[in-house]
Design a protein around this ligand. Structure first.
Ligand SMILES: C[S@@+](CC[C@H](N)C(=O)[O-])C[C@H]1O[C@@H](n2cnc3c(N)ncnc32)[C@H](O)[C@@H]1O
Length: 286
């Protein structure tokens, strides 16, 4: 199985390419992702997130991309200082546009694994990013140091799926690491086209290993080969999701993540440890 980590240089290049190709990603997926964020971190509805954020004064979104989450936080709390941080200039261009109506937000170009001089935060949210950093335990350590006492850190990682998908993912990712951004984008286009064709076959109600899949595309995607496709979003957006996946990020089982948390975090209380098909989402209090 693959153990090497994506280098920062490659990751930076991949995401800069993605944000240039699909700048509309964050806004176009806002509804889906907000609902998913609330569910994974246990808020159930926006009112829950609003209650949680009420007493927060300094918030960091680490690896903000188009700053969809910072926008949500700013709508919930109009007085906390919110820092939306990313390394990609193209992402920050989108983030600045998204956040310009909020006086309490600022965007910062920095490496989330080692930023300095930002003070401490009482809430850090790092969603869909940690596994893209070369040493996630070290990144967690850095976040932990940047939290105020009693502060909360929420983060997610990609989750291992099953032996078949994991093996195929590892084989493809090993090869994909030597591809250019353009080649990787073409790989994402091909896998999304496969997903689309499978979806259009309209073979429904697939049962396998005690699970029921809505259609054959969902089954192949979950059990064999990453070919995410949704007819509800623009084709390029389905593609950019597959592109992220193939860009070399490691996946974790629950026990591997717990081990990493022991290495990366000082004393803390786990507030939430939630697994779904694609991710493991965690909140801890320092
Ligand atoms: C998969 S996107 C997620 C964006 C956003 N959190 C979301 O959920 O839409 C990962 C983002 O993390 C950023 N990123 C990855 N490694 C980073 C690093 N070391 N420092 C700053 N940003 C980083 C990328 O530029 C990219 O915008």
């Amino acid at each position: 199985m693959r153990t090497t980590r994506p280098s920062k240089k490659l990751t930076f290049g991949f995401f800069e390419h993605k944000w240039r190709k699909a700048p509309q990603w964050a806004q176009a997926t806002k509804k889906i992702y907000r609902a998913w964020y609330l569910k994974r971190y246990g808020y159930h509805a926006a009112a829950g997130l609003r209650r949680f954020l009420r007493d927060k004064t300094r918030i960091l979104e680490a690896g903000c991309g188009g700053a969809r989450d910072s926008e949500f936080f700013a709508e919930c709390n109009g007085s906390a200082e919110i820092v939306a941080m990313d390394q990609s200039p193209s992402a920050l261009k989108v983030a600045s546009r998204t956040l310009r109506r909020f006086k309490n937000c600022r965007v910062v170009r920095a490496d989330i694994t080692k930023f300095r001089g930002q003070g401490s935060f009482d809430f850090i949210s790092c969603d869909q990013v940690l596994h893209h950093t070369p040493d996630p335990a070290a990144t967690l350590r850095h976040f932990y140091r940047s939290l105020s006492p009693g502060g909360v850190l929420s983060f997610s990682v990609c989750r291992k799926k099953n032996p078949r998908r994991d093996l195929v993912d590892d084989l493809i990712m090993e090869r994909a690491r030597s591809l250019s951004h353009k080649q990787l984008w073409r790989l994402a286009a091909a896998s999304t086209s496969l997903g689309k064709v499978l979806h259009e076959l309209k073979i429904g109600d697939v049962r396998f290993g005690g699970r029921k899949y809505a259609d054959i595309q969902r089954f192949i995607h979950d059990q064999v080969f990453r070919c995410w496709y949704s007819p509800d979003v623009d084709f390029a957006l389905s593609m950019s999701s597959n592109y992220d996946w193939f860009s070399g990020n490691p996946r974790f089982s629950a026990s591997e993540l717990r081990r990493m948390m022991r290495r990366g975090l000082g004393p803390h209380k786990v507030l939430r440890f939630y697994e779904d098909d694609a991710t493991i989402s965690v909140s801890i209090r320092k």
